[in-house]
Ligand binder design. Structure first.
Ligand SMILES: C[S@@+](CC[C@H](N)C(=O)[O-])C[C@H]1O[C@@H](n2cnc3c(N)ncnc32)[C@H](O)[C@@H]1O
Length: 174
């Protein structure tokens, strides 16, 4: 009995503690996520999608099913294991057990997907701005739910917003 209590406590802890570092686990709505990666931003085989807080990896699987490569950063080890199992050895998909605020995004990133909370909106904008300043290369960002702080989306579709971070043009501030 004690073991079950500790197990449940452990699971509850792993799903609960992330709220101090980002959004709790709640998957994006699949139908809308597909529209976001096909109609809002037409993802292609040259793309490298990074999902910040990748949960069970559904966005990674969607991106690779559309031909792209995908990398997820996820803080909850249970979700990392599930994501890796569901990837079924697909080499174009990687899930890293990491705090998204403490890693450098790969230089080859072309599109970032994030289902975040409004508390982190400005922090994410700063994060993506410093990435493009460092690499001198544009990146796109799709948010679901809370948008980015201090920047205007280029396009919107349902609850998804599309942003462009381009080192050659200053960000579109509202
Ligand atoms: C709202 S869910 C989104 C899951 C997935 N991206 C999707 O759209 O279906 C947010 C995920 O971010 C993870 N997370 C929260 N803070 C994080 C952090 N600082 N670093 C990495 N992952 C984080 C949570 O564990 C959760 O799985």
């Amino acid at each position: 009995m004690n073991d079950i209590v500790w197990l449940l406590f452990g699971i509850f802890f792993l799903f609960g503690f992330v709220v101090f570092r980002g959004a709790p686990y709640l998957p994006s709505k699949q139908r809308y996520a597909r529209l976001a990666l096909t109609k809002l931003y037409r993802i292609r085989s040259q793309d490298v999608l990074v999902d910040l807080g990748s949960g069970d990896g559904q966005i990674l699987r969607l991106a690779t099913s559309l031909g792209a490569r995908a990398i997820g950063y996820e803080l909850n080890p249970i979700l990392v294991v599930i994501s890796r199992l569901l990837a079924r050895g697909d080499g174009r998909q990687k899930t890293r057990l990491a705090d998204m605020w403490l890693v450098d995004l790969p230089a080859e990133t072309t599109i970032v997907y994030v289902f975040s909370v409004s508390r982190d909106s400005y922090k994410l904008t700063d994060r993506l701005t410093s990435h493009v300043e460092k690499h001198g290369k544009k990146i796109w960002c799709i948010t679901f739910g809370a948008g980015l702080g201090g920047v205007k989306p280029v396009k919107r579709l349902h609850a998804h917003n599309l942003y462009l971070f381009d080192p050659k043009i200053s960000l579109q501030r509202p």
